[in-house]
Design a protein around this ligand. Structure first.
Ligand code: SF4
Length: 339
């Protein structure tokens, strides 16, 4: 038993007791190699988790990578629905999440039974789900979407057919406005982190940073405000970018301003600062931190590698149905990476 492992404590907020440092990082890398495992980390993970991982990215890009890498075991440092998506796309691999209690308030905002009841109300509708959903909800979905392609996915559907869009109301409102589609019903779900970034804070930031560019994630409660402010001229339209988290990294490399305001979870700042060190990236709301993402602590990752837990299981039939809804999305193209 490694000495570091003896320090791991299962506390009220998850596994704790281990400090990230060179000894921890070396032990993580040694254990990953011994398990023939790849460590994937989402952009919202703690900086030390991002830095020790083999690959960092957004949810769909990581799930697709999980299927492509040669290693048989995937350590998915992110929230549970993301690890489930990796398992759906790689059913033959072992997928581990360092703490299976890391949920997601957005994915939890619609359960399988609720979607079944909604579908029964609109039996001819096409169900479009953002990738932040459980495997059960994906299995009940016709086409998944990401924030990058949600507009294209909805636009690809016969205009005569009704659309049930879930679970994020802000992304749904954005898609409805862009497509002008009247027969689209939107589930009233939201992410507690993104919804907490509001228009008032954004307006204040726009006033105090007149030369900055603005990167907004469309699941963020201020996306509507960002577009409104752009329309009002408070934020020049060419400086407002509505982007997936992967899209933010690409845009950072092309940014023309010396300062960029970022409206999404604050973990994103770490990769942006690495991608474009010359730019001053500032959070619109520096309290926008996802407590579920931060449950993947150095202690949790160490425990996962030592114990081979928590393993993610998805029923084979459910996985096949969910895979179909993800693959129909990929076939439409420009899937980007989701959150
Ligand atoms: S930031 Fe929001 S949508 Fe993302 S994992 Fe956390 S709760 Fe879910």
């Amino acid at each position: 038993m490694p000495a570091l492992m003896e320090q791991v404590v299962d506390g009220p907020e998850g596994y704790e007791g281990v400090q990230a440092g060179p000894e921890w990082a070396a032990e993580v890398r040694r254990l990953a190699k011994a398990r023939n495992a790849t460590i994937l980390a989402h952009n919202y993970q703690l900086p030390e988790i991002q830095d020790v991982a083999d690959h960092v990215g957004d949810s769909l890009a990581l799930s697709r990578m999980a299927a492509e890498v040669p290693e048989e075991t995937i350590i998915f440092c992110g929230v549970h629905f993301m690890a489930e998506t990796a398992k759906i796309l790689s059913p033959e691999k072992t997928v581990l999440i360092p703490d299976q209690r890391a949920g997601c308030s957005l994915a939890d905002s619609i359960k399988g039974d609720e979607l079944r009841a909604w579908r029964a109300e609109f039996p001819d509708a096409v169900v479009v789900s953002y990738v932040n959903t459980t495997a059960e909800v994906k299995a009940l979905t016709d086409i998944c979407c990401t924030s990058s392609n949600a507009v294209d996915v909805v636009a690809s559907i016969d205009p005569e057919r009704e659309v049930l869009f879930l679970p994020d109301q802000f992304l749904g409102a954005h898609v409805k406005r862009v497509t002008g589609r009247a027969n689209m019903h939107i589930w009233a779900g939201e992410c507690h982190v993104h919804a907490g970034i509001n228009g008032d804070e954004l307006a204040e930031q726009a006033r105090t940073h007149p030369d900055a560019e603005l990167f907004v994630h469309p699941e963020c409660g201020c996306a509507t405000s960002a577009l409104y402010l752009a329309g009002e001229g408070s934020f020049p339209a060419d400086r407002v970018h509505i982007l997936s988290t992967g899209g933010m990294i690409e845009q950072a490399k092309a940014a023309k301003s010396s300062q960029v305001l970022v409206a999404t979870e604050i973990g994103m700042l770490h990769q942006l600062r690495k991608a474009a060190p010359g730019i001053d990236f500032q959070a619109v709301n520096d309290r926008a931190s996802c407590r579920y993402m931060k449950m993947i602590t150095p202690a949790a990752l160490l425990r996962c590698l030592v114990e081979g837990a928590d393993e993610v299981h998805v029923d084979a039939e459910m996985a096949a149905l969910g895979r179909g809804s993800v693959q129909r999305m990929i076939a439409i193209g420009n899937s980007g990476g989701g959150e």
